[in-house]
Design a binder for this molecule. Structure first.
Ligand code: ADP
Ligand code: MG
Length: 339
């Protein structure tokens, strides 16, 4: 065991917190990785007739997470957000690289970070295959690689008029957790304990993404807010949508909040990492079967319409009738780092 007082060099750090666990995973199941950590490059050997999906996500301290955030959660989340992108395209995870800047080589921090990182890497069979390590302000950048049979990827541009719009699981709990942590909303400790994993340790919908290859016309993962993210599908598919606000699936905990909070958090709260997808009406039975097989609720929340104007529009409907344009605008505003 390295004592806290012994300085930890770059290569000892890589070996101890990253390479050992990665080698252990690859020894059990190398999958499509023919060379992991240790050389100038890793080598990926995808199956024939597959395309490689590639995605990167960066987590920056004080921007994506508070300083002092539990490093185990951070390790989990850093990979989770990338696996969620792979899921949205229907890709099966192959492996990932980790570029990390650390203010100091803190063994306790690295131990916990590595524990969270490899917990999710093992859960989804996605080994760490390389990266870069440097000193600097805490910044974690993961690039994940996935495989999809040729021409089976689910893209944002595929939605057709008449398609149903679906969402997996429930949305809004990550935003509710954030509101509770920021003291914007007072949440009983019990409730917070039930939902906080939605923010700290999201479950990427990888199995769902793979199952959707056969049925979905378009998909994306919800990271910045459901309606704002849906607009990306509409824009790339040149379509409008009608969405039924009351149909958006919410957890029992969120349903205890005022109607305004429920709607705002479910429609515009970020960090959900559920999938929003479109599919023809003819696929409803198949989708309900997928939901049963995966024990994951899949809910129809609206329909795709032909585009009426030059920009995509979402018409929001609620059981009470009309939604004012002003309310609709706040519900459709998704997170933007530069506004
Ligand atoms: P190079 O100088 O060729 O870029 P490095 O000396 O930075 O390589 O890294 C040595 C090996 O360790 C490489 O295989 C690299 O991919 C791997 N590596 C470095 N940092 C990390 C990390 N944070 N996680 C996983 N692998 C890493
Ligand atoms: Mg090199």
């Amino acid at each position: 065991m390295q004592s806290q007082s012994t300085p930890l060099g770059e290569f000892a750090l890589i070996q101890r917190f990253f390479k050992t666990q990665s080698d252990a995973m690859l020894a059990i199941n190398p999958g499509s990785i023919s060379l992991g950590i240790g050389d100038d490059c890793a080598l990926l050997k995808p199956e024939p007739d597959h395309e490689i999906a590639i995605t990167s996500d960066m987590l920056v301290e004080n921007r994506h997470f508070f300083a002092g955030t539990n490093p185990e959660c951070l390790g989990w989340k850093a990979l989770a957000v990338n696996l969620s992108d792979l899921a949205a395209m229907g890709a099966k995870p192959l492996g990932f690289t980790l570029a990390i800047a650390l203010p100091k080589a803190d063994s306790a921090w690295l131990e916990a970070f590595s524990k969270g990182l490899f917990a999710i890497a093992n859960a989804y069979f996605c080994p760490l295959i390389g990266g870069d390590t440097t000193a600097g302000p805490l910044n974690i950048c993961i690039t994940a690689f996935g495989a999809i049979p040729k021409e089976k990827s689910i893209q944002r541009s595929g939605a057709l008029a008449g398609d149903d719009i679906w969402v997996s699981g429930t949305v809004g709990d990550a935003r509710l957790t954030l509101a509770a942590l920021r003291h914007e909303i007072k949440l009983p400790q019990n409730d917070l304990e039930i939902i906080q994993a939605r923010m700290h340790q999201p479950s990427p919908r990888v199995a769902l993404g793979i199952a959707l290859r056969k049925v979905a016309s378009s998909a994306l993962d919800i990271s910045d807010g459901l309606l704002g993210d849906l607009k990306h599908i509409l824009k790339q598919s040149n379509k409008d949508a009608e969405v039924w606000l009351d149909s958006i699936p919410k957890s029992p905990t969120l349903l205890k909040q005022s109607k305004d909070v429920q709607n705002q958090f479910a429609a515009a709260g970020g960090d959900d990492y559920e999938l929003c997808f479109t599919a023809p009406m003819s696929k409803r039975d198949a989708i309900n079967q997928i939901s049963q097989d995966l024990k994951l609720p899949l809910t129809r929340i609206g329909t795709i319409n032909p585009m009426q104007h030059s920009a995509p529009t979402i018409i929001l409907k609620s059981n009470d009738g009309v939604i004012s344009q002003e309310q609709a605008n706040t519900l459709m505003q998704s997170f933007d780092h530069f506004i």
